[in-house]
Design a protein around this ligand. Structure first.
Ligand SMILES: NC(=O)C1=CN([C@@H]2O[C@H](COP(=O)(O)OP(=O)(O)OC[C@H]3O[C@@H](n4cnc5c(N)ncnc54)[C@H](OP(=O)(O)O)[C@@H]3O)[C@@H](O)[C@H]2O)C=CC1
Ligand SMILES: CC(C)(CO)C(=O)C(=O)O
Length: 346
């Protein structure tokens, strides 16, 4: 068994939680993060994991990118999508020739990573557990959620099996898949809806439970579903969320049931609001809207699929980021009205 640490690049909500669990299980880990106070807390007093799943404190070796030396064969990338390129520039000199970067992120960062380090040095991962970085050395682990890993080409390699074994130490229900892009597209359908919930200050669950907002969730699910199908992706989900119900021509009944399930599912977490909401309302910073949601419209255009609701969603999020619109129902209402009138004209 190798004693070389797994490098976790970005030790916030997702990377920090994985790192604390792995370190506690005796897996050698080294966190890399640009927040010096967080790095200092992790390696001295320890990283405190709080919340309903489990509470513990774990010292985890950690460095800033400037302090890092050496070459590593396994790098888990867990920065927000907007930081992916900067992180890749800094990590590539530390990636072994025969090593790989595993993206523990939302969106299709694997495409960017593969361009930077090569497809053969990229592995995909779908993470759907909920966590929030609350301050240096403090992470709320709000709920368990799907963890799925796989090679981009679906091959069942030894290294993918090993990452699955390691991820299973974090969550025993982790899955090894031959269709990681299917899971990533499934999360994009849910993720687009999460961006919609962040247009207001209401919780994810309150958003999904409100019948007035239903046309938005349906339109976003259908647009992502249409692009996925046109690109030949077989989307996969989690729990009772099956993104295939949003495929073109699919009946509305199962779609409505899926949103009702999401209202219930998102009511059972200590992380009541999405990471997007947190970026806007708490961290006061740009979200992953353009790299995570904008890319769906760009990929849709390539195959002749229009995505008007997704485009308006990104514009509204960017208006909030730029201080041009409030985080409030009146902003979501713009999208509700667009989606309502589109569904009556079809
Ligand atoms: N949080 C969640 O519940 C979930 C998140 N995800 C996805 O996981 C990914 C990570 O999100 P999350 O953990 O929430 O984000 P966080 O902001 O909590 O953590 C990212 C950490 O990486 C740091 N960072 C930024 N740029 C760099 C860099 N160049 N090098 C090293 N560290 C850097 C950040 O610092 P700083 O804050 O100063 O930028 C921060 O400490 C995202 O794609 C997100 O959408 C997926 C499922 C659930
Ligand atoms: C809601 C969650 C945690 C997925 O369950 C997420 O992906 C986010 O906050 O962006």
């Amino acid at each position: 068994m190798t004693t070389e640490p797994i490098l976790i690049w970005g030790a916030g909500a997702i990377g920090g939680t994985l790192g604390a669990y792995w370190a506690r299980a005796g897996v050698p880990v080294l966190l890399v993060d640009i927040v010096p106070e967080h790095v200092e807390a992790c390696r001295t007093s320890g990283l405190a994991i709080t919340g309903p799943v489990e509470e513990f404190r774990q010292v985890v070796p950690a460095v800033t990118p400037q302090e890092l030396t050496g070459s590593y064969s396994r790098i888990v990338l867990a920065v927000k999508a907007g930081a992916t390129e900067a992180a890749l520039a800094a990590l590539t000199p530390h990636l072994a020739e025969d090593g790989f970067v595993l993206s523990a992120q939302n969106g299709l960062n694997e495409i960017t990573i593969a361009k930077a380090v090569g497809e053969a040095r990229t592995m995909g991962c779908f993470v759907n557990f909920g966590a929030d970085w609350h301050g240096p050395g403090e992470i709320l682990y709000g709920n368990r959620g799907a963890v799925v890993v796989g090679e981009l080409d679906g091959a069942m390699t030894e290294r993918a099996r090993e990452m699955h074994r390691l991820l299973s130490l974090f969550d025993a229900d982790s899955i090894l898949t031959d269709n990681i892009y299917g899971y990533l597209w499934g999360k994009l359908a849910y993720g687009a809806m999460l961006f919609g919930t962040a247009l207001t200050n209401d919780s994810m669950s309150a958003n999904f439970a409100d019948p007035e907002r239903l046309p938005v969730w349906l339109a976003l699910g259908r647009e992502v579903g249409a692009v996925a199908v046109a690109r030949g992706v077989t989307s996969l989900g989690f729990g009772a969320f099956d993104p295939k119900v949003f495929a073109p021509g699919a009946p509305e009944g199962p779609q409505v049931k899926t949103i009702a399930w999401l209202a219930d599912y998102t009511s059972k977490t200590a992380k009541t609001h999405s990471g997007i909401w947190r970026d806007l309302a708490v961290r006061k910073r740009k979200t992953e809207a353009r790299p995570q949601i904008g890319i769906i419209s760009a990929l849709g255009r390539e195959v002749g699929v229009a995505t008007p609701a997704l485009e308006t969603l990104v514009a509204l999020i960017e208006d909030i980021e730029g201080g041009r619109r409030p985080m409030a129902f009146e902003t979501l209402k713009v999208l509700i009205e667009q989606c309502r009138s589109a569904s009556t004209t079809v």
